[in-house]
Write a protein that binds this ligand. Structure first.
Ligand code: GDP
Length: 287
């Protein structure tokens, strides 16, 4: 989706309508880039609703860094759970954590002799973070109503997740940050935004620079790189690494020059499919 001010206003209004119906919001982030995949106004938009944070696509992220992120969110008073919506790994934890978040309310009802009703939940997150995949996984079947169209309102349907939880079948779609180039690069590297918006070689350049600093040995092993530059602030040194990767993958044009566009495409494909191992592209701020 292209996000214009009108889209943002509509998306926001839609979530506000849904908030009236639910007890808890489930905020989906990409475990590889939890802050970059976060809507900049989410605290304001969710208006203090009890919230569970899911670090989705944790199967692709660096487990040690994901653990750091769980701690980071805990420090901010938010429960965060690593999740792999595509296989359902971690979904069993969702209900108990939501119950924990609502325990005051549930206990108060029990004290009054009221049988607590099913917890009503809404999934929110930016496009491509895995909202539909999670909804389908929780529903145990494919739900049709999950399209990425902030303007379209449909009748709300509840999906039963066991007897204790009801989930709205349409997620709340939030817009990503786009005023920060560094954030845009990470969103593009993970496939959250279309790469046509940014140049492929820029996306690969930024990603490779990050990986030299954090996953240098892996790059060396995978692409047979002899040694890595000391100073990734020097663009020429990073480009040299890109060229080595290109030669390793046979991305050569006439005259023996390395085709950086093709190199970038192949590199990003390997990254996204997990061939470079589990890679996180962001660490908590105070890390
Ligand atoms: P939505 O736009 O938020 O509804 O995102 P989708 O559910 O359509 O997911 C976007 C892409 O991410 C799809 O190709 C999914 O298969 C993939 N995906 C979703 N969750 C996961 C996950 O936990 N792990 C991995 N590896 N891929 C996922």
């Amino acid at each position: 989706i292209q996000w214009f001010p009108g889209h943002m206003t509509r998306a926001r209004r839609q979530i506000e309508d849904k908030l009236k119906l639910i007890d808890v919001a489930i905020e989906l982030l990409d475990a590889r880039i939890p802050l970059s995949s976060r809507n900049p106004m989410v605290d304001d938009i969710l208006q203090g609703k009890p919230r569970l944070v899911l670090l989705n696509k944790a199967d692709l992220a660096d487990p040690a860094i994901t653990a750091e992120w769980v701690q980071y969110f805990a420090d901010q008073g938010l429960k965060a759970l690593p999740m792999d919506a595509s296989t359902g790994t971690g979904i069993k934890e969702i209900l108990p954590r939501c119950k924990e978040l609502l325990s005051h309310k549930i206990e108060a009802q029990l004290r009054k002799g009221i049988n607590p009703r099913a917890i009503r939940a809404l999934i929110v997150g930016i496009p491509n973070v895995g909202k539909s995949t999670l909804i389908n996984q929780l529903a145990g079947r494919k739900i049709a109503n999950t399209g990425d169209k902030p303007g379209v309102t449909k009748g709300q349907q509840w999906i039963k997740f066991g007897t204790d939880m009801d989930l709205l079948d349409t997620p709340g779609i939030l817009w990503p940050k786009f005023d920060d180039q560094n954030v845009g690069m990470k969103l593009a590297a993970t496939g959250a935004i279309k790469e046509e918006i940014l140049h492929l070689d820029d996306i690969a350049f930024h990603t490779i620079r990050y990986m030299i600093d954090y996953y240098g040995e892996r790059l060396m092993d995978r692409f047979g790189i002899g040694d890595l530059p000391e100073d990734t602030e020097n663009p020429n040194e990073v480009i040299e690494v890109m060229e080595t990767i290109g030669r390793k993958r046979g991305c050569i044009v006439s005259g023996g020059r390395v085709d950086l566009d093709k190199t970038s495409l192949l590199f990003l494909r390997e990254l996204r499919s997990g061939k470079l191992g589990r890679v996180s592209l962001e660490v908590p701020p105070e890390y």
